[in-house]
Design a protein around this ligand. Sequence first.
Ligand code: ARG
Length: 430
Amino acid sequence: MKTIQSLFLSASLLFCSQAAAETSTDGILITNSNLVDVMDGKLLKDQTIVIQGNKIIYVGSKNNAPEGNWNNIDLKGATLLPGLSDSHVHLTSNANDHGYRRLAVSTPRSAINGVKNANKTLLAGFTSVRNLGAPGYADIALKEAIDDGTVIGPRIIASGPSIGITGGHCDSNLLPFEYKQKAEGVADGPWAVRTKVRQNNKYGAEVIKFCGTGGVLSKGTKLGAQQFTQEEMSAIVDEAHLLGLKVAVHAHGSSGIATALNAGVDSIEHASMITDAAIEQAVEQGTYLSMDIYVSDFILSEGEKAGILEESLAKERKVGRIQRERFQAAVKAGANIAYGTDAGVYTHGLNGRQFKKMVKWGMSPMQAIQASTIGNATLFGTQDMTGSIEVGKYADMIAVPLNPLNDVTELEHVDFVMKDGVIYKNELSE
Ligand code: ARG
């Protein structure tokens, strides 16, 4: 088992040797790989990939690869996949700071947590994520620090603070009245919520997150209770779309899900009690369902130690199984499924554990891999540059020794990680 420090070190060493290699070569030539083609849903044997700068410039047989002074990486028959993606993470939160413990975590401290968690997420093979909810725009700061090379992590699409009603799932309800505590994204009424959307846009949000029902982890909220009226949800979505931003709604209960679908949201997070009619509407509208069907295992086994309130554990006991059954129904109906896990509620870096659940509850391994690559990229709006290994796209790719189409748990331990043409991890030869 490697320590965090040595992972940091090996990542930076690889980074340096990569940079050095690039000054003396034309780029990277990857040979002997079996490539998961997520566009056509097949495995292509013995593929060669050429990377120049941060882009893929060739995919095909070795014989036809362009001439050049390449830095050759022999994958020795390993399986190469596009970088994985998670549509729902909280990089600035730690899985052992739940319930009242969270009140002791300052925004600067959460940004520092984000640095460590971003590193872990990337080294687990997740080269892009959506961060849905963070205090004080710590997520935007993290994204900027990753993009300019200050710290190591995945590509991030960040929401800033989540928008929610007074006393709702996205408020902070832990302290009594006299503390006058209120989360940053709290707003009531159509114009007030529009202002919050505009403010998040002003400070760099690239997606809008709001809470449309109660939640598991918030104190005193009901999963089935809708939060925000139709008028307020429609105002949020309209304002966000005017500004060119997509909208993700947190929604467990069916009336909140139905109202958010009518408002035209782009993705429904959790979607635990989605009805058949709502699944049908999601299929028609192309709305993505980002159903976090792994996290229940963590909450029920580790939650109490992690500070999760007893009332939250009780809610999870009721909803976990229902959510998995509704996931199965959504897969059967052919809905767009995103790969979203709510990492941060459980330990960062274990994002790959949800693959097994998705396969158990109705997807083929290829479908689950497509959800976490080209599926998420399409939801993010980045499908022209990420989500598959194709000429012209960013060189974001991972490799595992065996074939994940036979056993998807292979993706729980990723041995090779490249993002933007830079190799952050290569343990294939060890
Ligand atoms: N953040 C979510 C909430 O508090 C977590 C839900 C986890 N449970 C589940 N079955 N997906 O509502």
